[in-house]
Design a protein around this ligand. Structure first.
Ligand code: CIZ
Length: 313
């Protein structure tokens, strides 16, 4: 059948088949973040958060990792798997939160707080990770902070909302960088309250990158992997989800008998959505766009990421 005679669904199915064939031929594994478009999640060999995908990537037998997500995620894979080729289908997929903390700004703060321990959220550049003592993800931020000796001052960068939440659950005072995720900031407490009024039996599950008023309304605060686990294990039948809306694709697919409602329809990350099947196809077919890092930066960043794994045991 000619391509022009196919329906969009048939064209997508053919493209997915072609991407999978090329990936097998070229020894590539495709990893997508929980916030990727539904069709990219369905194509991927593995879907997960940064921690899960970095672990899978490091153990994968394939020599090429196709990281569907935003730039810092592909960089983190390269930090941990320097011997592998890491491709990002859309190199313009950045992270405004990561951009809110530059290496020179962080170095200036560290100079003002000599001896402080810098704990850096994975949503950061390789250069910022290279200046850090410990890396963390939203799934383990509180556990990482708890490993810092009580007498040590902590600089937590770059997400003020995650930092505030971790400060509350750990009781540790921390100096918080004033960064935020614009997608999570768009989720309003008023919207969550309206959703709760419309779905009184639903559990409200929100990401710790949400602002304080939203977190206060939640039944559960969790990373994306934590949300997937919580919703699968909960006896509740419906959930109001406060994070990037594309995670609802996976939640619905994995929990067919349950209902999922976004806390806000506006919580869509433009950068995450830049990755399309066509761009993944081009990446696998042409071997573009490769992530490269200065080896000294990579080695120092790897120390902060590996220390996260070491301290958590
Ligand atoms: O760990 C990640 O990939 C991020 C940035 C958030 C989450 O909760 O998945």
């Amino acid at each position: 059948m000619a391509d022009t005679e196919k329906t969009p669904a048939e064209r997508n199915a053919a493209l997915v088949e072609e991407i999978r064939r090329l990936a097998r031929e070229r020894g590539a594994v495709i990893l997508a973040h929980n916030y990727q478009r539904g069709e990219v999640q369905d194509l991927a060999d593995h879907v997960g958060d940064s921690r899960e995908r970095s672990r899978i990537a490091a153990k994968a037998k394939e020599k090429t990792l196709v990281f569907c997500g935003v730039w810092f995620m592909a960089e983190t894979a390269k930090i941990l798997s320097p011997g592998k080729t890491v491709l990002i289908p859309e190199p313009k997929a950045g992270c405004p939160l990561a951009d809110m903390c530059s290496p020179s700004q962080l170095a200036a703060l560290q100079a003002e707080h000599p001896g402080a321990v810098t704990v850096t959220y994975v949503n950061s550049s390789a250069e910022v990770k290279a200046l850090s003592d410990l890396c963390c993800t939203s799934a383990n931020a509180a556990a990482v902070v708890r490993t810092v000796p009580a007498e040590k001052e902590i600089l937590f960068v770059p997400d003020r909302n995650l930092g505030r939440y971790v400060r509350e659950v750990t009781g540790r005072s921390m100096h918080l960088w004033d960064g935020f995720c614009a997608t999570h900031e768009r989720i309003g407490a008023g919207e969550v309250s309206s959703a709760r009024a419309a779905h009184p039996d639903a559990k409200v599950v929100v990401h710790p990158e949400c602002n304080e008023a939203v977190v206060r309304l939640a039944d559960e605060v969790a990373s994306t992997s934590g949300m997937l686990r919580y919703c699968a294990e909960s006896g509740a039948a419906s959930f109001i989800i406060g994070t990037e809306v594309n995670i609802l694709h996976r939640l619905r697919a994995e929990n067919p008998g349950k209902t999922f409602v976004p806390a806000s329809e506006n919580a869509d990350c433009m950068n995450m959505q830049l990755t399309t099947l066509e761009k993944v196809h081009a990446a696998v077919r042409d071997g573009v766009h490769e992530v490269t890092l200065d080896e000294d930066v990579r080695r120092r960043a790897a120390r902060a990421v590996e220390r996260m794994v070491e301290v958590l045991g």
